[in-house]
Design a protein around this ligand. Structure first.
Ligand code: ADP
Ligand code: MG
Length: 238
């Protein structure tokens, strides 16, 4: 480490090229669900919106990435490569180091966020994220809020609110508003984003930038730029 640099920058070995993780996964395109998520019946059933004429449109979602085991930056890059098979990765945020919040006896986390355009339903997107978490090494029996290789959260889904107990899904993510490590990377991508825009919710007009001052006391530090997701050349140099 160079003298004068913050140790957080080196904690996560940012910039290491991806290992063989990607090669072990089936091609993302072959897993793509064929049903459009805005099937009118399903949408009406849980009351997202009137689905008429909407089914082929992609929606704008924001996904949070986190991890504190192994080499999260490497795993993040592999996750992005995979997510390109389930939608369009429009933008990725910088990398952030964050102190553990809900369980303290564990290493700091690396966090980021990305904007994904997808035509998957919220539930199908959740299933895809869970599948990716497991494929990239998350322990399915790991303790809640404990150390993990990869956490992928649907932070915001087209300003919609979804509560689906059957699939254990709440959108926007139920703790998004209180986590600086989730809000700050999303604010970098779109500070004016209104995550509750299409909801009957008191926060309908609240942007991610509005929420940042409420979490300013949490320990989060930017440790790398948004180039972490770039493809790596055979020489291992970005
Ligand atoms: P957290 O994401 O709060 O750090 P976990 O990753 O341990 O905590 O929580 C995992 C559970 O949260 C999963 O069973 C998943 O079904 C559920 N969950 C509910 N809403 C969401 C969401 N919006 N995004 C991701 N997971 C969610
Ligand atoms: Mg999660």
């Amino acid at each position: 480490m160079c003298s004068g640099e913050d140790p957080a920058i080196h904690r996560h070995r940012i910039g290491t090229p991806p290992g063989p993780l990607l090669a072990e996964l089936p091609a993302a395109e072959s897993r793509r669900p064929t049903l459009a998520w805005t099937d009118a019946g399903a949408a009406d059933e849980i009351g997202w919106h009137s689905a008429i004429g909407y089914s082929s449109l992609s929606v704008r979602t924001f996904i949070g990435l986190g991890g504190n085991l192994g080499e999260p930056a490497v795993v993040f890059r592999t996750a992005v490569a995979e997510l390109r098979g389930v939608g369009q990765v429009v933008k990725v945020s910088s990398l952030y180091d964050s102190a553990p919040r809900d369980a303290f006896d564990q290493p700091h986390f690396l966090n980021a966020a990305l904007e994904l355009e997808t035509d998957l339903s919220p539930v199908d997107l959740l299933l895809e994220l869970k599948r990716l978490e497991l494929a990239l090494g998350r322990d399915p029996h790991g303790r809640r809020w404990g150390p993990r290789v990869l956490d992928l959260d649907i932070l915001s889904f087209d300003g919609l609110c979804v509560t689906d107990p059957e699939h254990d899904l709440i959108v926007p993510h139920p703790r998004f508003h209180e986590r600086r490590f989730a809000l700050e990377p999303v604010a970098e991508l779109d500070p004016l984003l209104l995550p509750w825009r299409n909801c009957s919710d008191l926060r309908v007009d609240v942007s991610v930038a509005d929420l940042l001052p409420t979490v300013a006391n949490q320990e989060v530090m930017r440790v790398g730029g948004p180039d972490w997701a770039d493809p790596v050349s055979p020489s291992g140099l970005s």
